[in-house]
Design a protein around this ligand. Structure first.
Ligand SMILES: C[S@@+](CC[C@H](N)C(=O)[O-])C[C@H]1O[C@@H](n2cnc3c(N)ncnc32)[C@H](O)[C@@H]1O
Length: 305
């Protein structure tokens, strides 16, 4: 992306961190940090919940033993690696393979069979699944594991592209390495672990059979979505960190890229907001699965309500 042209200079009149609550970062200092992230990493701080952002900036101020928020602004100017550390703290990366296992079971039992069935009926030659805010890859790889294990025949007939994007460059590199600590696998059914992971120095390496099914790319979701024509879009546990207006914006963009017969999956504590409520209908409220309103023909075996 083309960064906005902004002149970044450290703000004046430092305030000592010890003189005030760590959450009180002056408007100037906050604006400096916001511009720095936007200019160097294309990251839009405004989109995130204010209190959450300030708390996380305060963590980095403390971690660097800065005496003031102004000091921290100076550090961001002199040490670009701190920009990435701040970004890492701001973009929470918690994830797991088969996070909320029941959601993946619903996808395996009802939704993915429905997607293949519709593709067959309509003569579709290829499908796209997309994990938006994929963190270190557990989510898109879980989709790949399900496809490899349960839909091998269908894949021969109708190949599936699994795309995965995240705003954080370093987390995409981690995802591509596909080497995980055990805590990332606690929800993973044992048959997947024994068949598709190899133990390596107390970590677990995912088989290339699976890793080659997923394409990772750096992507900031506020700069319009980079893919379209999605048959299954997972955007889970990302919206929760955004202010309401930005959640609505992302959901409106998502509505444009999910195919008429496709599905959207949100995180367990996320829901449709604003205009998106008229674009999607709920297929499974418990698992937060939705489908575009207009042409969706409710399959009896998918409907839960
Ligand atoms: C908590 S993780 C969720 C990972 C996975 N979807 C899951 O549910 O397990 C949130 C991810 O969203 C990414 N993220 C945050 N803001 C983003 C943005 N504006 N554009 C793209 N990704 C973003 C973060 O970098 C982080 O990896």
């Amino acid at each position: 992306m083309q960064p906005e042209t902004v002149l970044i200079t450290a703000p004046q009149e430092p305030l000592m961190v010890s003189d005030r609550s760590l959450f009180e970062i002056s408007d100037d200092e906050f604006s400096h940090i916001r511009k720095t992230l936007l200019f160097h990493r294309g990251f839009k701080l405004d989109a995130y919940k204010d209190r959450c952002v300030r708390r996380r900036i305060a963590i980095r101020i403390r971690a660097n033993h800065c005496e003031s928020a102004q000091d921290y602004c100076n550090l961001l100017v002199s040490d670009k690696t701190e920009i990435d550390r701040l970004l890492k703290v701001l973009t929470i990366h918690v994830s797991q393979f088969f996070r909320n296992l029941s959601t993946f079971e619903k996808l395996r039992e009802k939704i993915i069979p429905q997607i293949f069935a519709t593709a067959r009926q309509t003569g579709k030659k290829r499908l796209r699944f997309w994990s938006l805010g994929c963190s270190s890859g557990e989510e898109p790889y879980s989709l790949a594991l399900i496809l490899a294990e349960h839909f091998a025949k269908e894949l021969e007939e109708i190949p599936v592209t699994i795309d995965a994007t995240d705003v954080d460059t370093s987390i995409i590199q981690t995802a591509e390495k596909a080497l995980y600590n055990h805590d990332r696998l606690i929800e993973t059914p044992i048959n997947y672990i024994s068949r598709y992971f190899i133990e390596e120095n107390h970590q677990y390496r995912l088989s290339p059979t699976i890793t080659k099914m997923v394409s990772f790319r750096i992507g900031e979701m506020f700069n319009s979505l980079i893919y379209d024509e999605c048959d299954l879009l997972l955007c889970r546990n990302v919206l929760i960190y955004f202010a309401r207006e930005q959640q609505e914006q992302v959901l409106a963009d998502i509505a444009r890229v999910v195919n008429k017969d496709g599905f959207l999956v949100l995180g367990k504590s996320e829901t449709l907001l604003g205009q998106s409520r008229s674009h999607f209908q709920t297929i499974c409220p418990l698992e937060r699965i939705y489908s575009p309103v207009k042409s969706f023909q409710t399959p009896t075996d998918v409907q839960e309500v």
